[in-house]
Design a protein around this ligand. Structure first.
Ligand code: NAP
Length: 278
């Protein structure tokens, strides 16, 4: 029997690349998609099965996990990847959008963990290594202006990762955060489209800089394959680092986190003006 891993949000970006990489590494992969059968790149493999659910839909998640159970699969890994990135000033972001940010990135992640954990416990009790990998972000370490709601959701992911790991330690289930910096995926374009829809008179001149700023960050981003490899290591290394930052100049972000908040304020203001992220 193959070891199985569930990856949420495999329709594009990091989830798609990670699912494809895990298939190449010999795992059976369950991938969640909200619509359709899943990307052809994955469905072409006999070791892939799409589960249809939105992470905000508890019944849908439950039905997906039930399928894994009914298949008699040995679930040894969960990668909580599904996510959205809302941007814009805190003052003007709509209630619907800031709630969606947390519904998907935070509460959705909790719900998937709760539903999948019985299967992960069962595999662990049979002697297999079981792990959860949560996809955080450098925005869960530091907060740039105008992506604060997204950042707050990713700070929450870091807290949930640490807390869950400490709760599951006695059961031998490890919980790891893989936090990327900028990665070249469709999430950037989705974010830009949504920011353009804001009515932002007061912040207009600053938001004009946000477009080029995020474009520069995206252009300087890593390929999703780099993140997929970090996720694979988090799932398979004997003693994985529980908090992995995957980004160019990651040391700089770690150092910046240690500096006084007033210094960080100046840093981000300057970077926004210069269209450079770090
Ligand atoms: N790209 C970056 O620079 C970057 C940096 C740091 C962290 N991350 C994190 O990496 C993860 C993946 O993002 P990505 O960059 O690969 O973006 P992406 O290409 O937009 O992929 C996001 C995935 O999440 C799914 N998703 C969104 N809302 C969902 C919902 N309500 N229920 C179920 N699935 C949902 C999407 O499915 P649909 O196609 O159905 O919408 C898609 O498969 C996210 O958690 C993101 O925050 C990305």
């Amino acid at each position: 029997m193959q070891d199985s891993i569930l990856v949420t949000g495999v329709s594009s970006g990091i989830g798609l690349t990670t699912a494809a990489y895990l298939l190449r590494k010999g795992f059976f992969v369950y991938g969640s998609v909200r619509r359709g059968a899943g990307p052809e790149q994955l469905t072409a493999s006999p070791s892939f099965k799409a589960l249809n659910f939105d992470v905000r839909d508890r019944d849908g998640i439950r039905a997906g996990i039930q399928q894994i159970h009914d298949d008699g699969a040995r679930l040894i890994g969960l990668v909580n990847n599904a996510g959205v990135a809302i941007s814009g000033p805190i003052e003007t972001v709509s209630e619907e959008e800031y709630r969606r940010q947390f519904e998907v990135n935070v509460f959705g992640l909790v719900a998937v963990c709760q539903e999948a954990l019985p299967l992960l416990h069962a595999s662990r009790e049979l002697g297999f290594d079981s792990r959860i990998v949560n996809i955080g972000s450098v925005s869960g370490y530091l907060t740039s202006p105008f992506t604060s709601i997204y950042s707050a959701s990713k700070f929450a992911v870091e807290a949930l990762t640490d807390g869950l790991r400490r709760e599951l330690l006695p059961f031998g289930i490890d919980v790891i955060s893989v936090a990327p910096g900028p990665v070249k995926t469709p999430i950037w374009q989705k974010g830009r489209e949504q920011t353009e829809a804001f009515d932002n008179d007061r912040y207009g001149s600053m938001l004009e800089k946000l477009g080029p700023y995020t474009e520069a960050a995206e252009a300087d981003g890593v390929e999703p394959q780099v993140v997929a490899e970090a996720i694979y290591r988090a799932l398979t290394d004997e003693q994985p680092d529980p908090a992995v930052l995957v980004m160019k100049k990651g040391w700089m972000a770690k150092l910046l986190k240690l500096t006084p908040k007033r210094f960080q304020d100046k840093f981000f203001t300057k970077r926004l003006a210069e269209n450079r992220r770090y």
